[in-house]
Structures are given as structure tokens and as C-alpha cells.
Design a protein around this ligand. Structure first.
Ligand SMILES: N[C@@H](CCC(=O)N[C@@H](CS)C(=O)NCC(=O)O)C(=O)O
Length: 231
């Protein structure tokens, strides 16, 4: 049986979706084999319609089709109870839920505002007009209007990261000595920026960068293999 993850793909096959990274790390954590099916923005709807989904990540696992990264994490945990747990415990699941919301609501908006025009450069030609108009509508500002405010968004992002910084400065992973899904939720956002932009979201001595390095090294350097724009 081939397990297929429908994954956002850009120019040069760059894989930059923050939510797809959450899911790819979850599959690796579970030790489940999978292939990725690259989808450009304009291909997504047709390719994932089989699952009743409209976005990626979408997973095809045998007869099952599941959309949404959180729903996929819950599915994997239920379908593969013998594999290493994504959450560690029921309390761990509640914390992962918090981390997922934190990633999506406190991290993603300032990151996206700071780098959206860099991501545009990584979209394939056929996606460019759609990406620009949809993202400018989402952010209610044009790319040109956003550019001068990059430092402001970076400052907001760094301030939002205080609780994460304080935790990973004291222990190897957010969830303790070993990583779990909560770590991957936060990591997905940083990987999104790492592979699309040279924007210095975090200072070189930030403990969050060292933690990111530990996640990049997991599973034989799976996430590190996706090329970074800056060192
Ligand atoms: N809450 C969803 C969000 C998924 C999402 O927004 N995916 C983006 C790619 S990062 C997408 O498919 N966008 C399609 C589009 O903008 O047309 C999840 O966690 O999976």
C-alpha cells in the first residue's frame, strides 16, 4: 500500500507549506513510509478533491482520505497506536493543540507579513497571479506596502516567541527530552521561512535556533535536506 501525502510544491520543487511540514514530521515520528505528491497552488483543489478537501496537507492512506494537518495527526494517532505516540499522553494532546493554535495564530501572521513577497518568488509561474492577489487580499496590503515594515513584523515575531524561547532554552524539546507533535507545529512555521527567505527572523544566539537545529537533525536530517535560502 502506498501512503501519499499531497504536499505544496513551488519552483524548483521547493516544499514550503508550514502545515505540510507539521504532517511530514508527524509521519516520520510515527515511522510510517510515505510518498509525497507535489501540488502547485493551482493544482491543489483537483488533486485533493478525492478526500473532500480543498487544501494541503491531505493524506491518502489506503481507502482513507484526510485533509487538515490537525485532523491528520489525530488520524495517525488513532490508526497507528503501536507506533511512537505523537502526543505522548492525553495531556500531551491538549498541549499539542495549544502549540498548533499558537503556531497558526501567533507565529504565522507576523512571519507571513515579513516574507510573503519572498514566497511569491518561489511559486511556479502558473501560480503567481493567484498567489499575489489572494495573499494581498488576506493581508489587506500590497506586497509593496508590506516591504518597508519587515523589521516591525520581525520584532513582533521575536516577541511572540518569548514563551517558546524560555522553554527550549532549558530543555532539548518543547515537550521535554524527546520531541512530539507540539514541537513539529512550531517547527513547521520556521521551516516555511527557512526554505523561502533570507529574512533573519531569529538572532544567531536565540535558543530557538538551536532547538530548530535539533529538529532539522531528526530522522536522518529529513527536514535539513530541504535547502535553506540563507545559512
Ligand atoms: N488548517 C489547515 C490549513 C491548510 C492550509 O492553509 N494549506 C495551504 C498551504 S500552506 C493551502 O492549501 N492553500 C491553498 C490556497 O491558498 O489556495 C491545516 O492545518 O492543514
Amino acid at each position: 500500500m502506498t501512503r501519499i501525502l499531497y504536499d505544496l510544491a513551488g519552483a524548483g520543487d521547493r516544499r514550503f507549506s508550514p502545515h505540510c511540514w507539521k504532517t511530514k514530521m508527524a509521519l516520520k515520528h510515527k515511522g510510517l513510509d510515505f510518498e509525497t505528491e507535489p501540488c502547485t497552488f493551482t493544482e491543489i483543489k483537483d488533486k485533493v478533491a478525492f478526500a473532500g478537501a480543498e487544501r494541503v496537507p491531505t493524506l491518502k492512506d489506503g481507502e482513507s482520505g484526510i485533509g487538515d494537518s490537525w485532523a491528520i495527526a489525530e488520524y495517525l494517532e488513532e490508526a497507528y497506536p503501536e507506533a511512537p505516540s505523537l502526543f505522548g499522553s492525553p495531556d500531551g494532546k491538549a498541549f499539542a493543540r495549544f502549540a498548533n493554535e499558537f503556531a497558526d495564530t501567533a507565529m504565522l501572521p507576523p512571519i507571513a507579513n515579513a516574507i510573503v513577497y519572498d514566497i511569491h518568488e518561489w511559486t511556479v509561474e502558473a501560480d503567481r497571479a493567484y498567489f499575489k492577489s489572494s495573499r494581498e487580499e488576506m493581508m489587506r496590503r500590497s506586497f509593496e506596502e508590506l516591504r518597508p515594515d519587515r523589521d516591525d513584523f520581525v520584532g513582533r515575531f521575536r516577541a511572540a516567541m518569548v514563551p517558546v524561547r524560555r522553554i527550549v532554552g532549558r530543555q532539548p524539546f518543547l515537550t521535554g527530552d524527546r520531541p512530539h507533535y507540539a514541537d513539529y507545529c512550531i517547527f513547521g512555521m520556521l521551516q516555511f521561512a527557512r526554505v523561502t527567505s533570507d529574512c533573519e527572523l531569529l538572532r544567531a544566539n536565540d535558543p530557538v535556533l538551536a532547538w530548530r537545529g535539533r529538529i532539522l537533525d531528526l530522522y536522518g536530517g529529513y527536514a535539513a535536506a530541504e535547502p535553506a535560502v540563507a545559512a
